[in-house]
Design a protein around this ligand. Structure first.
Ligand SMILES: [Zn+2]
Length: 695
């Protein structure tokens, strides 16, 4: 445990302001960041916990186009919704800003300008993807295509979300405009590039060698793998009209790339906060003794471990992050959370169904946190953790302590007698918890930390169950005084140590135990209460008056869980119906177009799954012309041995392309049956419906 207060700047990923937030966001970023920030404040540290709405970028423009409104309308709407959710769930930001704020435009512009003046960019005219029909350059999410690294067919123009690789739009195989669906052409345009390759060696020293042991292995491993592949220069400007104008000569009609401006939003948010509080913002970003920690999801690792640090380093005035504890993804009932498929538990909807039960969701999301690997949220588990842990252990213990103290002593703590061995051991165990929980939190192991908090509640519950004050009150009143006194010390420690994890419960419990009446003041007090648990003889003194019992948690019934499962079932049905809709007919193809395609019957003579991929199969086909290799994305649908000897239709003259280093010469035609399985083209195959496209 750290006893000398330090300065911390804690950032949580800026949410895209194109929709509300769901449990995946909370579990991946905001709850762990909040636990960390609250804990540090309780230790007496100087903490700036900042975030804000990310209001630039293509997703917002796309959403605005879809809804027929302006991007400003979209961000105004969702900034409000998102702010409210954070407030409702007790995420204790010191400041929540917006990247459309003037302070941010000024800060991001000045940042770019300084790097430009210092010659940190490369200015280059290159060929970029262009949508003739929309009259617009395509970058980032305006273009999708196949990832050259992993074969994911829905990679974006700046990143593949499947493998996390950062991409340039021109890297995509078979790019397609997200605006019109057209195949883009190439058009010349001038942009500023950040030469990441020049920082490769430095990043290798700083992260791969320097943070091999203190950064999470999922983060360290990702960075190492990208550095092994070699970094390339990346454009940091875009031909778009929504964003921060490029503040230098030749920048007309161009804006900063959203991932250039967004992380600077952390700095702007800190400035906004400092100004309001009458503080100096600079030490929080420029003093070497400040610890900068970025909380993010795994899809943001490249931006926070490579691009932003290179920007900070190139700019020269700023400190670098001490850690980037990124989480993996949370799934919902076994399926990937998806905003577009409405496969999510939205925070504002949760609160309608489970009013005032924010802490239950915080608890379950931390207990299941995807800290080292993707994890699953299920409603059954949610119910079980509430009923068997929060209600049966934590709530039950507190309720017994408070009710019995009121019943036996009118709520006044009794004077204890001499401790027995059991009492002494219980108190000794209690005093070990603050350090144990703190150590886990400081290692970013929030799941483990909360598990220890629950063990403390178990200690209390077991102590009462073993000592049975409600029985011995008839025979040994003096012994009951000691038992209740010890139990109240545990309750008091729980009230303090639960604050980072369960802030609403902690507040309620502090009120029940009448903390304000003692020197047991929490965060904001003169000393760190956390540490006092281990060093003080008593947390609540004899003679202290507590208040009446209130229920901390309530049982969640099967019917409530069934309602949630029914909701998800309805979403599934709606999605299936949407997917079944027959795709509209494509543009007319001339006979000449058709004759350009050389379709042949082939026989599969060899096949094997491509190593380290999920979908790709390397297939050798005898086309009659020759034996050739075709890479096909069917490995999740067929085993290699099943398809050898099959006759298939091959588009033989498709331009060859490389997938994961293997050249694919042609394409095997496939279609999808009603169950979503890819099958070889044979309209008689089970489940192949009229109207299904062949590709
Ligand atoms: Zn990929």
């Amino acid at each position: 445990m750290s006893n000398t207060p330090k300065r911390y700047t804690i950032t949580a990923a800026l949410p895209y302001t194109n929709g509300p937030i769901h449990i995946g966001h909370l579990a991946g970023v905001y709850v762990p960041a909040d636990i960390y920030a609250r804990y540090l404040r309780m230790q007496g540290n100087d903490v700036a916990f900042v975030c804000g709405s990310d209001e630039h970028g293509v997703p917002i423009t796309i959403k605005a186009k879809k809804e027929g409104v302006t991007p400003q309308d979209i961000v105004d709407k969702y900034d409000g919704v998102i702010r409210q959710s954070f407030k409702d769930f007790g995420v204790s930001f010191n400041n929540y800003s917006r990247t459309s704020a003037k302070v941010h435009h000024d800060t991001a512009s000045a940042f770019f300008k300084k790097m430009y003046d210092d010659g940190k960019f490369i200015e280059e005219t290159t060929q970029q993807l262009y949508d003739e029909k929309a009259g617009q350059f395509l970058a980032d999410r305006f273009v999708t295509g196949t990832c050259p690294k992993c074969g994911n067919e829905e990679a974006y123009g700046d990143q593949c979300e499947s493998c996390g690789t950062s991409l340039n739009a021109t890297d995509l195989i078979n790019p397609k405009s997200a605006i019109t669906g057209e195949v883009p052409t190439l058009k010349e345009t001038r942009h500023w590039f950040l030469p990441l390759d020049q920082y490769q060696e430095w990043l290798d020293e700083w992260i791969v060698k320097g943070h091999a042991h203190d950064w999470k292995s999922n983060v360290h491993g990702q960075v190492k793998s990208w550095l092994n592949d070699g970094l390339r220069a990346r454009a940091v400007t875009r031909d778009l009209d929504w964003g921060i104008p490029v503040p230098v000569e030749g920048g007309d009609g161009k804006v900063l790339y959203v991932w250039f401006d967004a992380p600077i939003g952390y700095i702007s948010s800190t400035k906004e906060w400092a100004e309001r509080e009458g503080k100096d913002w600079e030490p929080y970003w420029k003093d070497e003794n400040t610890k900068l920690v970025h909380f993010i999801g795994k899809d943001n690792i490249v931006f926070h471990c490579i691009i932003f640090p290179v920007m900070l380093k190139a700019h020269g005035d700023y400190i670098l992050p001490e850690n980037v504890p990124a989480n993996e993804f949370l799934n919902l009932e076994g399926k990937k959370l998806s905003t577009s498929k409405n496969w999510a538990v939205w925070l504002h909807e949760y609160l309608e169904d489970f009013p005032n039960q924010q802490d239950v969701l915080r608890y379950v999301l931390t207990a299941n946190a995807p800290e080292a690997k993707d994890n699953d949220f299920t409603w059954k588990d949610f119910q079980a953790r509430n009923n068997n842990e929060l209600v049966a252990v934590f709530g039950n213990f507190i309720n017994r302590v408070v009710v019995l103290t009121n019943k036996y002593y009118s709520g006044i703590l009794p004077e204890p007698n001499k401790y027995t061995k059991v009492d002494e051991q219980t108190i000794a165990e209690l005093k070990a918890y603050p350090a144990v929980i703190a150590s886990s939190i400081e290692k970013y192991r929030f799941r483990e930390a909360q598990g220890e908090l629950m063990n403390l509640a178990r200690l209390g519950n077991k102590y009462l169950a073993d000592e049975e004050p409600w029985k011995i009150i008839k025979t040994d009143e003096e012994r009951v005084k000691t038992v209740m006194y010890v139990a109240l010390q545990i309750a008091s420690a729980l009230a303090t140590l639960s604050e980072p994890f369960l802030p609403f419960t902690s507040a309620k419990l502090q009120k029940m135990l009448n903390f304000t009446d003692t020197e047991n003041k929490l965060s904001g007090g003169e000393y760190s209460q956390w540490d006092k648990i281990a060093t003080r003889d008593s947390l609540l003194p004899a003679g202290h008056q507590i208040n009446k019992a209130e229920l901390l948690f309530s049982k969640i019934e099967d019917t409530q869980i069934q309602e949630q499962l029914d909701k998800l079932e309805a979403t599934k049905t709606a999605n299936a119906a949407k997917e079944k809709e027959v795709e509209p007919q494509k543009k007319t193809a001339t006979f000449e177009d058709f004759t350009k395609m050389d379709l042949r019957v082939g026989t599969i003579i060899e096949a094997h799954k491509m190593p380290k991929t999920k979908k790709l199969m390397v297939i050798k086909v005898d086309t009659g012309l020759n034996q050739r290799t075709v890479v096909s994305g069917i490995a999740e649908h067929y085993k290699a041995e099943e398809i050898i000897g099959k006759k298939v239709t091959v588009l033989a003259n498709l331009a060859p392309r490389k997938l994961r280093g293997v050249e694919s010469e042609g394409m095997i035609l496939m279609t999808e049956n009603a169950a979503g399985k890819l099958v070889f083209v044979n309209p008689d195959e089970d489940g192949v419906e009229p109207g299904t496209t062949i590709n």
